[in-house]
Design a protein around this ligand. Structure first.
Ligand SMILES: C[S@@+](CC[C@H](N)C(=O)[O-])C[C@H]1O[C@@H](n2cnc3c(N)ncnc32)[C@H](O)[C@@H]1O
Length: 275
C-alpha cells in the first residue's frame, strides 16, 4: 500500500478524498478543543489535542539551529506555545499569538514552568492591527491551512504590515501528499494556491517543498467511527470518511510508533518580504 494511491474502503481514492476536502475548523472549535469540550453538541469529548507533542516541532528546531530565525520573532497561531517556548529558550525575543484564549492561558502556564519569557496574547491572524512594523521572522506552524482562502489573503497582507523590510516567513501547512499512506485529516492547501496568495500580498517564495509535521495519534481518537451518527451526518461525507480512514491507519501502525507520534504530510515555505 505504501507509495500507492490507496483506497478508503469505498470506490474513491485518497487523492480524490484529499482534493474534495473543504471542511475548515473555526476559532470557536479550537477553543473548545483546548478546554477539553466536544466541538459540536453530541460529539464525544476530545481525546487530546492532535498537535500537542509537548515539544517544539523537530523541523522548526532544525531550522533554528541552521540560523533561520533572527530578530523579533512572531509565532502566529502558536497553540499551546511549545514552539515559542523553544525559540525563547534559544535566546530569541518571541511574541506568540493565537485566536484561542484557552490555548494562550495554557501556553503562558507552560512558559512559566519552562522558566522562559514569551509575549503571549490572543489575536486574530487575519487582523493584526496594533502590530505594525514589529517583526523580522514569522513562524506559522500549522495555522495557514486552518484559514479560509479569503482569510489567507487577509493574513498574508496583515503579515506584510506587521513585519519589517527583509522579514522572513516560515510557513508549515498540510499538503496534499501522503506519508506512508497517511494523508492530512483536513484542509490541505495546494502548492499553486500558496504561491498565488503569498505573491499577491508582497511575499517572494525562496523555497517551497515537502516536509513532515509530528502529531499525536492519541489526539485523533475522537475521529472516524467514534463520531456518533448524528454528528457524522452534519459533516461532509468525504471529510468523515477521510478522518475515519486516518484513524484506521493509526490503529494499524500503533505498535510501531515512537510513543504515539505520527508524521503527517506538510509543505514548508520559506518566503521573504518584498520591500
Ligand atoms: C493546528 S494548531 C497549531 C498550533 C501550533 N502552532 C503547533 O504547531 O502546535 C492551529 C492553531 O491556530 C489557531 N488559529 C486558527 N485560526 C486562527 C486565527 N484566525 N487567528 C489566530 N489563531 C488561529 C488555533 O487556535 C490553533 O491553536
Amino acid at each position: 500500500m505504501i507509495g500507492e494511491t490507496a483506497t478508503c474502503g469505498d470506490a474513491r481514492t485518497l487523492d480524490e478524498v484529499t482534493t474534495q476536502n473543504t471542511f475548515q475548523p473555526n476559532p470557536d472549535s479550537f477553543d473548545k478543543l483546548y478546554r477539553g469540550e466536544p466541538a459540536v453538541e453530541g460529539a464525544p469529548k476530545p481525546t487530546g489535542v492532535p498537535w500537542d507533542i509537548r515539544a517544539a516541532q523537530p523541523r522548526l528546531m532544525e531550522l533554528e539551529a541552521l540560523g533561520g530565525i533572527s530578530g523579533e520573532v512572531l509565532d502566529i497561531g502558536c497553540g499551546l506555545g511549545d514552539n515559542a517556548i523553544f525559540l525563547a529558550s534559544r535566546g530569541h525575543s518571541v511574541t506568540a499569538l493565537d485566536g484561542s484564549p484557552a490555548a494562550i492561558e495554557q501556553a503562558r502556564d507552560r512558559a512559566g514552568k519552562a522558566g522562559v519569557s514569551v509575549n503571549f496574547n490572543v489575536a486574530d491572524a487575519t487582523n493584526l492591527t496594533g502590530y505594525d512594523g514589529r517583526f523580522d521572522t514569522v513562524v506559522d506552524s500549522a495555522l495557514y491551512h486552518c484559514l479560509e482562502p479569503d482569510g489567507r489573503h487577509a493574513y498574508a497582507a496583515g503579515l506584510y504590515r506587521a513585519t519589517r523590510p527583509g522579514a522572513r516567513w516560515h510557513l508549515y501547512c498540510f499538503s496534499d501528499a501522503e506519508v506512508n499512506g497517511l494523508v492530512a485529516p483536513i484542509g490541505s492547501v495546494s502548492e499553486s494556491s500558496i504561491r498565488d496568495t503569498l505573491t499577491a500580498n508582497g511575499w517572494r517564495i525562496d523555497f517551497l517543498g515537502p516536509t513532515t509535521y509530528l502529531a499525536s495519534a492519541g489526539g485523533f481518537g475522537s475521529l472516524g467511527e467514534s463520531v456518533p451518527p448524528e454528528v457524522a451526518d452534519q459533516m461532509p461525507p468525504e471529510v468523515h470518511e477521510q478522518m475515519a480512514d486516518l484513524r484506521r491507519r493509526f490503529d494499524v501502525i500503533a505498535d510501531l510508533l515512537d510513543g504515539d507520534r505520527v508524521h503527517l504530510p506538510f509543505t514548508v515555505v520559506h518566503a521573504h518580504r518584498v520591500d
